[in-house]
Design a protein around this ligand. Structure first.
Ligand code: SIN
Length: 316
């Protein structure tokens, strides 16, 4: 029988699945449901220094046909309860039972540094992830697409935090951008992990009948998730896995069954996040996807995750 336990940054993890930040993790009741679920790890909603209402509704739409889920579009705009709320949750979380990541998405570099200082002082085993890729705050561009700003932020966070941390990146679509982003990330040994990918930003979904955008903020432009993004997510996971051999990769994008979880791990992901599918199905999705992943491993004769992690073959 396949063994799903693994390690992330030397931490034992029961299995490689977790939520994607933003899904089922905005308030304590959702976080508690994740803590009680069979996920191997969990992450909080990306937070800002102060609480935010986010963008006007409708701001999230699932895309499904005949009961078949195939994607989502969102422009949430970072609605969250504020840094202090998630820090308070982190301080009472049982980190030995399940690793907890805290995702920060400050609206300015100073806000990020203020939050990072408090997190450092709080001395919790929470794992820090800095989100460089929210596409949905009107007037703010994604730091992950501004390599100079990304370099500055990584330098400041490294010297302020002085502990290992991770970054959540937007998808890249050009080999030169993979190279440049990886080169910057590799300058910072404290960047211990990279989460690939955030939603594919600024997509436009239109209802044919009403000839209207599906969501309200930003004239209908929003981040795409689900089936549409799986190949882009796998490419980014594999691109950074190849280029950043000293860093762990967390895969996110298009996972709704054991098949996609397997493909993310094969491409180099150590942990795999569920976003759109978790949003629709709730935390009961974890045992289903874990069973499917174990069944694929059994069929292929793999007994451990390590036997296929990052072992993607290419055609000679
Ligand atoms: C949002 O709140 O708009 C989503 C956050 C993200 O994509 O990073």
């Amino acid at each position: 029988m396949a063994k799903l336990s693994t390690h992330f940054l030397d931490l034992p993890v029961a299995n490689p699945l977790m939520n994607a930040s933003g899904v089922w993790c905005s308030v304590a009741s959702q976080l508690e449901a994740l803590a009680e679920s069979t996920s191997g790890a969990m992450v909080t909603k990306s937070c800002t220094l102060q609480p935010r209402d986010g963008n006007p509704e409708p701001r999230y739409r699932v895309l499904a046909d005949a009961g078949q889920l195939f994607g989502s579009i969102n422009s949430m705009g970072l609605p969250n309860e504020g840094f202090a709320y998630y820090l308070h949750y982190a301080q009472r979380h049982d980190h030995e039972a399940k690793p907890l990541f805290m995702s920060l998405s400050g609206l300015t570099l100073d806000d990020n540094l203020t939050m990072i200082d408090s997190l450092k002082d709080a001395v919790t085993p929470t794992i820090l992830e800095v989100n460089l890729s929210c596409p949905n705050v009107p007037g703010k561009s994604q730091i992950g697409y501004d390599f100079e700003a990304m370099d500055t932020l990584l330098a400041e966070v490294s010297s302020g935090y002085q502990r290992p941390f991770g970054v959540k990146l937007p998808p890249y679509f050009d080999m030169a951008h993979f190279d440049e982003a990886a080169e910057i990330l590799n300058r910072y040994p404290l960047v211990a992990f990279i989460t690939c990918i955030n939603s594919v930003g600024n997509a436009l979904m239109i209802d044919l009948d009403s000839e209207t955008t599906l969501i309200k903020p930003k004239d209908g432009f929003g981040g795409l998730g689900g089936d549409y993004v799986l190949p882009t997510a796998l490419a980014n996971v594999n691109a950074f896995y190849r280029r950043c051999p000293d860093k762990a990769i967390i895969g996110c994008g298009g996972v709704k069954s054991g098949r996609e979880a397997f493909l993310h791990i094969l491409s180099g992901a150590t942990l795999v996040q569920l976003g759109t599918a978790l949003y629709e199905e709730g935390p009961g999705i974890f045992p289903r996807v874990l069973d499917e992943l174990a069944a694929i491993m059994d069929d292929k004769g793999y007994q451990t995750i390590a036997e296929f992690h990052g072992k993607l073959k290419t055609i000679a």
